[in-house]
Design a protein around this ligand. Structure first.
Ligand SMILES: [Zn+2]
Length: 135
C-alpha cells in the first residue's frame, strides 16, 4: 500500500504503512494512550493492594454516640477510655486496632479480633464504646 497521509510529518514509518492507510499516526497515539492507561491502572492496583490497609486511616472512638477520640492508624498508640461505667484500653499497633484491656463484664471487646480495614469496628456494649476505622 502507498502512504498518502497529509498529516505525515515527512518521515514514513515503514512498520506501520500497512496497518492503516488513512492515518496510522493517530492509531499509534491511541495505542500508546491505551498502554499508558493499562500501566497506570496496574500500578494503582498494586499500590492499593500493598498499602490499602495502613495508609491514612483513622481510628474513631466514640462513647454514647459522641466522638471522644480520633487516632491515626499509621501510628502505634494507646488510648485509655474511662467513664463511670468502666475503662477500656485501646491499642494501635502495626496498623491494627484492638482492646488490650477492659473491666466490662462480658469482655467481648477484649476478645474481638484485631481490626485494620475501613468499616470494621469493635463495640463494647456495657461501656457503650464504639471503635471504628474510617478513611
Ligand atoms: Zn467490653
Amino acid at each position: 500500500m502507498i502512504e498518502k497521509d497529509k498529516n505525515n510529518d515527512g518521515k514514513i514509518n515503514d512498520d506501520n504503512i500497512d496497518d492503516d492507510k488513512i492515518n496510522n499516526k493517530i492509531i499509534s497515539k491511541r495505542d500508546l494512550i491505551f498502554i499508558l492507561i493499562l500501566l497506570t491502572v496496574s500500578i494503582v492496583i498494586v499500590l492499593i493492594m500493598n498499602f490499602n490497609k495502613k495508609t491514612g486511616y483513622n481510628v474513631k472512638i466514640s462513647a454514647d454516640g459522641k466522638t471522644v477520640k480520633t487516632l491515626s492508624l499509621d501510628k502505634d498508640d494507646e488510648y485509655v477510655f474511662e467513664s463511670d461505667k468502666g475503662y477500656n484500653i485501646v491499642e494501635i499497633k502495626d496498623g491494627e486496632v484492638s482492646v488490650k484491656e477492659a473491666d466490662c463484664p462480658d469482655k467481648i471487646c477484649v476478645n474481638h479480633k484485631k481490626i485494620s480495614n475501613v468499616g470494621e469496628s469493635i463495640i463494647c456494649l456495657p461501656h457503650k464504646l464504639v471503635i471504628e476505622i474510617r478513611e
